[in-house]
Ligand binder design. Structure first.
Ligand SMILES: CC(C)(COP(=O)(O)OP(=O)(O)OC[C@H]1O[C@@H](n2cnc3c(N)ncnc32)[C@H](O)[C@@H]1OP(=O)(O)O)[C@@H](O)C(=O)NCCC(=O)NCCS
Length: 188
């Protein structure tokens, strides 16, 4: 079940720890900020970026982060009790200070800064969770919908603004990550 142990040399400065013999499996070209903390059964896919101060704690269940996704500064990603793992798909944007706990964030969805998504919730592909929202346990944010508030409710269908953010956000962050990775790798 667990992928092979591997940690590219240029990210060894990040805090990457094994737990119960499982070490995070991180793609060679992912950007991991030096003070991010990644523990245990965690996979980070190609071109994804894990920003400053982020914690990914895969201890009693697994965390999957797909390809081209970004998890921005000081966000926390943890797991629920089995079988409630945490899944973050491809090209997902997770804003600063988010709390992602035992839930599934499908490919091409957007989690605004300081949003919380709780156990068993699903944010479908192409859905948008507004900044500061709290998606309650087990809720399903459907594709094409904007949810906001605490607790979050459906506000309306996505407008042009949100669709543009979903489309452009991940590639913008992927480019930024490439720049950071290059600069940090060449620092003395
Ligand atoms: C979803 C979002 C784009 C909507 O912004 P907006 O265009 O100003 O929203 P609207 O004009 O459609 O607002 C409709 C109503 O919802 C309210 N509203 C807007 N954003 C809200 C939010 N995040 N939470 C709660 N209510 C919100 C507005 O105040 C407005 O209320 P009113 O009708 O009583 O005046 C914005 O709130 C957001 O979440 N942006 C994400 C930014 C982010 O996290 N980026 C990631 C880091 S790079």
């Amino acid at each position: 079940m667990q992928a092979p142990v591997r940690a590219p040399e240029d990210i060894l400065v990040a805090l990457i720890f094994p737990f119960k013999g499982l070490l995070p499996n991180i793609a060679e070209d992912a950007f991991i900020a030096p003070n991010a903390t990644i523990v245990g059964d965690v996979t980070v896919g190609a071109g994804s970026s894990i920003w400053f101060g982020v914690v990914l704690r895969g201890d009693f269940n697994r965390i999957h982060v797909g390809i081209g996704s970004n998890i921005q500064d000081n966000s926390v990603v943890h797991v629920g009790d089995p079988p409630t793992d945490t899944f973050i798909g491809d090209n997902v944007l997770i804003g600063h200070l988010a709390m992602i706990h035992g839930c599934h964030i499908e490919s091409g969805s957007f989690i605004g800064m300081q949003a919380t998504v709780l156990d068993g919730a699903v944010v479908e592909s192409g859905a948008f969770v507004a900044a500061g929202s709290l998606v309650a346990p087990g809720k399903r944010v459907r594709s094409g919908e904007l949810w906001a508030g605490r607790p979050a409710r459906r506000v309306r269908a996505l407008g042009d603004q949100e669709q543009t953010m979903i489309r452009r956000g991940p590639s913008r962050y992927a480019e930024l990550a490439r720049m950071f990775k290059k600069d940090l790798s060449s620092s003395p």
